[in-house]
Write a protein that binds this ligand. Structure first.
Ligand SMILES: [Zn+2]
Ligand SMILES: [Zn+2]
Length: 624
């Protein structure tokens, strides 16, 4: 009993890194069976995978650990009587063992059917009798804690000699020097490139070039072979990564959920009381959320595909070091269920905090005034910002399409902008927006649209604008670009009938769409640039483009600004009503309703000059 008292009193260690190894833990010696002394450590059960990954990435001896044996005890009997009753037992073994396929090596009788393969794709070319292994135990008494028992922590065989890695002389120059499998990063890269349509041959060619550039193999990834890539390509086309639509959508989705357990952070099918909700987050997305979300912003793109798709996609995004939006979770649920956000938010938050207990966001950017703000505040404990891009975008786009006179458009837009700015300052309410439009009788089509679509919603928006700070132009334009990219990458099917299916939607998000966003962040994407469709690439953000425009390329006149096109240089863009996001530019990006770099640049120039003007009391510039 004393032994278990000691074990259960050991602290649960939770290193604050995405993955960690035995070096990051404090080990305690506890009496084991017979005379043996067990080296023991306790970690949260949810972090066992992080430990296994960290332990595999051992610098002195890179490897991979596989599950050699696993037992789950569901019996209720043990639970009451024994303090050490085991709920789950997992034996992890170094993948260079336990069998030994080297000449004269020992192979367990149950495994003697093994026939050595000449060139096994992606697997260790041989088992080398490595004894390194550890046990993970989860007790009934504490189901959320994993006990790690580690006795054989050196990569040696039964003779006590190093049997793989740099310390094994016989491994020199062979794959046994390195980890037996390619890295997770390379695996994802290969899959992503295949999903976006890069050929097996091109992937191999670029890979060989990069190994040569490094001056030969320096890790296990150098041994990527064509057979492995070909096999992945086949499983995308016809195998386990391909989409097999069941005639019944719900059954199909269930199947997808079952085979993608590690990506699903929340799932609830329709029931009497709850709507269908599916929350998806891949391992990579989780890593991005931890990396770029901590002490920074998390933003919500809540209404993607409300008209086109069976259920809309709600994306949560973080901003990378270039302030470009990266999707870190997708939630699929019918529109009417947006009030039921608490539970999936809690599940997502808990998932992140299991990996990094100190993780905390600085602010949550919402794009819909009817968002369940109380839930966000309760779960994320942060301030709320409101993002206006969706409204501005809709107004702008409809103005351009419903009113042909550009000068008149500029006047209306200016009026709308002034009214919104008054509301944000806390003066006035929806009435000033409505009153402002009364004068524009010549734009009846737009005014009718505004009355029909926006009058019912103005109250909600006005309240939101008054009670929360408004997100920056940089955030707005990043959200707008993300939404556009998602549209290009997701809703581009020839057969429109698939939009009525959720199984198609989850499959495409998890494969092609995920691949594009993964490749955006991949530093070597330049090698594959010409195989990707230009318009699908996410280049520099509009904000960054605006920073690159030199002040000299802008001329301000009374009510317009002229901005030199940075690519063509011969063409000039006219920005009407410059100095606010309600400006109108004549470039293609702006004509589609978006906030373009020319408008953002004029806002900055306007603000700077106004500041100077204030100091110099220069009225003519002040009037701009
Ligand atoms: Zn080993
Ligand atoms: Zn423009």
């Amino acid at each position: 009993m004393a032994k278990w008292d000691k074990i259960l009193s050991l602290p649960v260690q939770n290193p604050p890194a995405l993955e960690f190894s035995s070096k990051d833990l404090v080990w305690s010696n506890v009496e084991g069976c017979g005379d043996k002394i067990d080296r023991i450590s306790r970690i949260p059960f949810g972090r066992v995978d992080d430990f296994v990954r960290g332990e595999s990435a051992n610098e002195d001896c890179p490897t991979r650990f596989h599950v050699e044996a696993r037992r789950i005890n569901r019996s209720e009997l043990n639970r009451k009587h024994k303090v050490d009753a085991t709920l789950e037992y997992i034996l992890y073994w170094c993948s260079f063992g336990p069998d030994d396929h080297r000449k004269g090596g020992f192979v367990r009788p149950s495994r003697t059917t093994y026939v050595p393969k000449k060139n096994s794709a992606g697997r260790p070319n041989t088992k080398r009798g490595c004894r390194c292994h550890f046990i993970v135990k989860c007790l009934f008494a504490e189901p959320s804690v994993a006990l790690i028992i580690y006795n054989h922590n050196e990569h040696i065989d039964t003779k006590g000699l190093y049997c793989h890695g740099p310390q094994d002389e016989n491994a020199a120059g062979t794959r046994a020097m390195y980890a037996p499998y390619i890295s997770e990063d390379l695996r994802l890269r290969v899959l992503s490139l295949l999903y976006v349509g890069v050929s097996v041959e091109t992937i191999m060619e670029r890979h060989k070039e990069s190994v040569e550039r490094q001056g030969g193999p320096c890790n296990g990834d150098a041994f990527l072979n064509q057979r492995y890539v070909r096999k992945q390509e086949r499983s995308i086309r016809v195998g386990r990564f391909s989409l097999e639509l069941d005639s019944d959508d719900a059954r199909s989705v269930n199947k997808w959920v079952e085979s993608h357990q590690s990506w699903v952070f929340f799932y609830e099918d329709f029931s009497d009381s709850e709507p269908f909700t599916l929350g998806i987050q891949t391992e990579w997305q989780l890593q991005q959320m931890i990396r770029f979300g901590n002490r920074r912003l998390l933003a919500s793109d809540s209404r993607f595909g409300t008209k086109k798709l069976k259920y809309p996609v709600h994306s949560l995004v973080v901003f990378n070091s270039d302030n470009k939006a990266i999707p870190v979770a997708w939630i699929i649920t019918p529109k009417f269920a947006s009030g039921d956000a608490y539970r999936w938010m809690r599940a997502l938050y808990n998932r992140v905090c299991t990996k990094d207990p100190s993780w905390k966001i600085a602010g949550f950017v919402v794009d819909d005034p009817s968002t369940d703000i109380l839930s966000i505040k309760e779960v994320f404990q942060c301030s709320i910002l409101i993002c206006f891009w969706r409204v501005r975008h809709a107004w702008h786009k409809n103005l351009r399409s419903r009113c042909s006179d550009v000068d008149y458009c500029a006047e209306i837009s200016k009026k709308l902008g002034e009214s919104v700015s008054e509301i944000c300052k806390g003066h006035g309410n929806a009435d000033i927006l409505q009153a402002g439009l009364e004068d524009f009788i010549d734009a009846a089509d737009f005014v009718d649209y505004f009355k029909a679509v926006w009058y019912p919603r103005l109250g909600l928006w006005v309240n939101a604008l008054k009670s929360h700070p408004v997100a920056s132009h940089e955030t707005s334009s990043a959200m707008e670009s993300y939404h556009n990219l998602l549209r290009l990458r997701l809703v581009n099917e020839k057969d429109n009938s698939v939009y009525e299916r959720v199984d198609w939607l989850v499959h495409k998000l998890g494969t092609k769409v995920h691949s594009y966003f993964w490749l955006d962040e991949y530093s070597g994407k330049g090698d594959f640039a010409r195989y990707r469709k230009d318009e699908w690439c996410s280049g520099v953000t509009v904000w960054r483009k605006s920073v690159k425009i030199p002040d000299a390329d802008i001329t301000m006149e009374d009510s317009i600004a002229r901005v030199v096109d940075q690519e063509g240089r011969s063409s000039i863009h006219i920005v009407q009503n410059p100095g606010s996001e309600f400006a109108l530019c004549d470039c293609d990006w702006a004509n589609a309703g978006n906030l373009c770099e020319h408008v953002i640049k004029t806002i900055k120039v306007y603000r700077d000059r106004k500041h100077v003007a204030h100091l110099l009391a220069c009225c003519s510039i002040n009037r701009l």
